[in-house]
Design a protein around this ligand. Sequence first.
Ligand code: ZN
Length: 299
Amino acid sequence: MPVLALDIGGTKIAAALVSDDGEVVRSARAPTAGDPWPVCLALLQEVRGTEAVDGIGAGSSGPMQWPSGRLSPLNVPGWRDFPLRDALRDAFPGLPVRVHNDAACVAVGEHWRGAGRGVDDLVGMVVSTGVGGGLVLGGRLVDGAGGNAGHIGHVVVEPDGPDCVCGGRGCLEAVARGPAVVAAAREQGCPARDGVELAELARSGDEIAVRAISRAGHAVGVGVASAAALLDVRRVIIGGGFASVGELFWEPLQAAFARHARLDFLARTRVVPAELGGAAGLVGAAALVLAGDRYWSAD
Ligand SMILES: [Zn+2]
């Protein structure tokens, strides 16, 4: 039987009906604004139609209390301490409801049905408005003490680098998140207003734009090398806007990874683009229910 999936981010909310083998049957999305709850509910009802479903899986940007699913997403000001899991249970009585961090859902989606199929140990990450990640080790999602394992965006890659939204300094997210890369380029006179324009300028040979994207790729490579050594993973899967920019991002990334990941056991580790694109979070959220033996450890 299919399940309902929900993916809540700072710019959009997406819902889907996902079949038990992981195919997105129907999906819908809406911009994030104000109180997102009525939007979540309307999207879920729209994609459900009259189908019988087996449960609901949801991924949201954090921070959240896990597994209770109380959310205070930094980029969703309309929600502070919102009890998403309880609200979904009330709205869909009798159905199991599971909630996790959106980046953990992306890692799960890619492991279950994307670039990580058949690999037991991987890091899945997204380089976008923020930088997030999730860990699958021994074929199972790793939660950490509070559901926050995999926050690779806050691995330090430039100790004297820019301030981070977390209050720290030089985190991977502070260097490589899209808005930071655009801002750094603009400070040097580049006219790009967003990541898409920056990528276009870089492709046309604009040196400042090329350097800005290269710095982001390099920072991701450095962070990933540290994570791979710490975790002994065979694959690192990267999705999000910059991952689709192409060689301008990937060449400095792979060069930095090759420079820093020197232990013998890392020779077999591959850093690859994500396969599921924007659907990874929804597919992963669905897998919290559909493949709960591997991806859900809580009550
Ligand atoms: Zn940080």
